[in-house]
Design a protein around this ligand. Structure first.
Ligand code: ARG
Ligand code: ZN
Ligand code: CA
Length: 254
């Protein structure tokens, strides 16, 4: 599809303590990161090593906080819910009002983003296309959301949500989720085969699976490096996200 696709977003803030009830500024900072990262407007794309630079692309996807709620009433695109849950795991409780969270808005009209206290150091998780409507969307811990407020280094550049929205648009981890072997794939041709996840701030080149001389594309949003080290999607990943918008997520991509 030519041009840009605008995705309406609802952010469900689910909080127990006051700090978990993040500010509008923190939410806005995350939306701004998404709009930079998915349009290749992030300044740090200049950190992509020269051999990989021609592969970095503009995903042509934009995000806007919803202005109309599911009942047709005006909204600022944010819901706020007080909960008695100290933290949430990856079991989707945050996605249900009856379980201390907030029910999803219809996925054909909104990208649902839940922000809460996740447990055990979990930064975020996402549902791929094809899953249940009631649990569709992404979840992010408040300390890994946006660039201000409670966002904490090294996960304070909003890249957890960029990564999770990549999954929501059908991107796999760049290493192919094969537990460190060289047989897994992310089903994208222009990302090098790599063994397992990279973390922290690797230095280029980082060679695995005989992928020299350039090595792993650890600076890709779909690796596990620090927020300030992940800076690009490839054209192949973008083709896969656009295919998702033309296919399983065509309703929201209208
Ligand atoms: N653990 C999460 C996932 O696999 C996200 C990791 C995000 N990494 C980051 N540097 N923000 O979906
Ligand atoms: Zn992931
Ligand atoms: Ca692998």
């Amino acid at each position: 599809r030519p041009g840009c696709t605008q995705i309406p977003v609802v952010v469900h803030v689910v909080w127990k303590t006051a700090v978990q009830n993040i500010s509008q500024a923190q939410i806005d900072s995350q939306i701004e990161v998404l709009n930079r990262d998915f349009r290749k407007k992030n300044n740090d794309v200049s950190n992509v090593p020269a051999p990989f630079a021609p592969l970095a692309g503009d995903a042509r996807i934009e995000f806007v906080l919803a202005s109309t709620d599911p009942d047709g009433n005006p909204t600022d695109g944010v819901t706020r819910t007080e909960t008695n849950k100290s933290s949430f795991g990856s079991g989707d409780e945050v996605k249900f009002t009856a379980q201390g969270g907030h029910d999803a808005w219809p996925r054909d009209d909104y990208l649902n983003i839940w922000v809460c206290q996740l447990s055990g150091g979990l930064l975020g998780y996402a549902q791929f296309p094809g899953g249940a409507a009631a649990t569709d969307g992404v979840v992010c811990t408040h300390t890994g959301f946006g660039t201000t407020g409670t966002a904490s280094p090294p996960f304070d550049k909003g890249r957890t949500t960029t990564h999770e929205v990549g999954h929501w648009l059908n991107l796999r981890h760049i290493w192919g989720d094969d537990g460190g072997g060289c047989s897994g794939t992310d089903f994208v041709a222009d990302t090098p085969n790599q063994a397992g996840p990279n973390t922290g701030k690797p230095t280029f080149p980082s060679v695995t699976c005989s992928n020299g001389p350039n090595g792993d594309m650890f600076m890709n949003y779909m690796d596990y490096v620090d927020d300030d080290t992940m800076v690009m999607f490839t054209e192949g990943q973008i083709a896969r996200m656009q295919a998702c918008l033309d296919g399983p997520r065509s309703a929201i991509g209208k």
